[in-house]
Design a protein around this ligand. Structure first.
Ligand code: 2YJ
Length: 268
C-alpha cells in the first residue's frame, strides 16, 4: 500500500484542489453526493452535525504524517460532521475519543485506515471506501456502467474491491497488474477477465479505474477516455490530459468521505 506524504495532502485541509467543482463538472456529483451514493443512501441534505467524529493521530510504524489527521478532520467537517483531532495519539487518543463518547473514530497506521462506528461496532476501511468512491465516480462520469467494458489496473486491496464492486454494478470487468499472478487471483475470485500486458490494456479501454501507483504516457490513452484514478503518486502528461474526457483523482478525500458516510449509514 502506498504511504501518503505530507506533500500529497498539503492542499487538502483548505480544499485547494477545489474538488467539488471539478467533480461536479466530470460526474455531476459533489464529494458528498458520491459518498452518499457509495453508502447506498440518498443525499436529501441530512444534517450530519449530530454525529461526532474523533480523528486519532497514530505514531506507530513510520509515524505521523504531517497534516494527515488535520486533512481527515477537514474532509469530514466539509461533509457536515462535528469532527476534531484528539490531543493524544495512539491508545491515549483512542481512550480520549471513547471517554468523549464520540460516534466515530478515524485512524490510520501504515497498513490500514479505518472509520470505527462506536455505536454499532462496524468499521469501514479505506481500501473499500476508495474502491466504492472511485467506482461511483466512474459510473457517474460514464453515464452508467451496465454492460460497459471497464478495466481495473492494480489487483491490491483497492483494485480487488473495485473489481467486485464494478462487476456488481453490471460492468464487463477486466483486471490487470504488473504482477500477473495477483491479477489472475483476483480475476478468478470474482469471475472476471485477466489481461497480461498492462500498457496494452491501458490503451484498449475507454473506462478505467487505476488502483495502481502507476502512470501512463498520454500516447497510450484513448481519445475520450474516462480515468478514475485514486493511486498516488498521480501524474498524467499534457497529451493524456488533453485526450481524456475525465481524469478523476484526489489524494485522500473521496475515499475518506465514503468511509465516514458509510460508517453512519445505519444511524441516519
Ligand atoms: O496518523 C498518521 O498521521 C499516520 N499514522 C497516517 C498514516 C497514513 N496511512 C497511509 O498512508 C496508508 N498507506 C493508508 C492510506 C490510504 C489512503 N488512500
Amino acid at each position: 500500500m502506498t504511504r501518503l506524504t505530507s506533500d500529497d495532502i498539503k492542499g487538502v485541509p483548505q480544499d485547494e484542489m477545489d474538488l467539488d467543482s471539478r467533480l461536479l463538472s466530470m460526474t455531476g456529483k459533489t464529494v458528498r453526493g458520491i459518498a452518499f451514493e457509495g453508502a447506498g443512501l440518498e443525499d436529501t441534505g441530512q444534517d450530519l452535525s449530530r454525529f461526532r467524529v474523533a480523528v486519532v493521530p497514530i505514531t506507530s510504524g513510520l509515524g505521523v504524517i504531517g497534516g494527515f489527521a488535520a486533512s481527515v478532520d477537514a474532509i469530514v467537517r466539509r461533509l457536515g460532521f462535528d469532527s476534531h483531532v484528539t490531543a493524544g495519539t495512539d491508545v491515549k487518543g483512542f481512550a480520549e475519543a471513547v471517554a468523549d463518547d464520540v460516534d466515530m473514530v478515524m485512524m490510520a497506521d501504515d497498513d490500514m485506515f479505518i472509520a470505527y462506528n462506536t455505536r454499532n461496532g462496524e468499521q469501514t476501511d479505506n481500501a473499500y471506501g476508495t474502491a466504492i468512491g472511485y467506482a461511483v465516480a466512474l459510473r457517474n462520469a460514464a453515464g452508467g456502467l451496465e454492460g460497459r467494458d471497464v478495466l481495473v489496473i492494480g489487483a491490491g486491496f483497492v483494485g480487488g474491491n473495485a473489481v467486485r464492486i464494478l462487476r456488481d454494478m453490471g460492468a464487463n470487468v477486466s483486471v490487470t497488474d504488473i504482477v500477473l499472478a495477483k491479477a489472475e487471483a483476483v480475476a478468478e475470485r470474482h469471475g472476471v477477465a485477466v489481461l497480461e500486458d498492462v500498457n496494452h490494456a491501458f490503451s484498449s479501454f475507454d473506462l478505467i479505474l487505476n488502483a495502481a501507483p502507476a502512470s501512463f504516457p498520454g500516447e497510450l490513452m484513448r481519445e475520450g477516455a474516462v480515468i478514475s484514478t485514486p493511486g498516488v503518486p498521480h501524474y498524467f502528461d499534457e497529451e493524456g490530459r488533453r485526450k481524456a474526457r475525465a481524469i478523476i483523482h484526489d489524494p485522500l478525500e473521496i475515499g475518506t468521505a465514503v468511509m465516514a458516510v458509510n460508517s453512519i449509514r445505519r444511524l441516519l
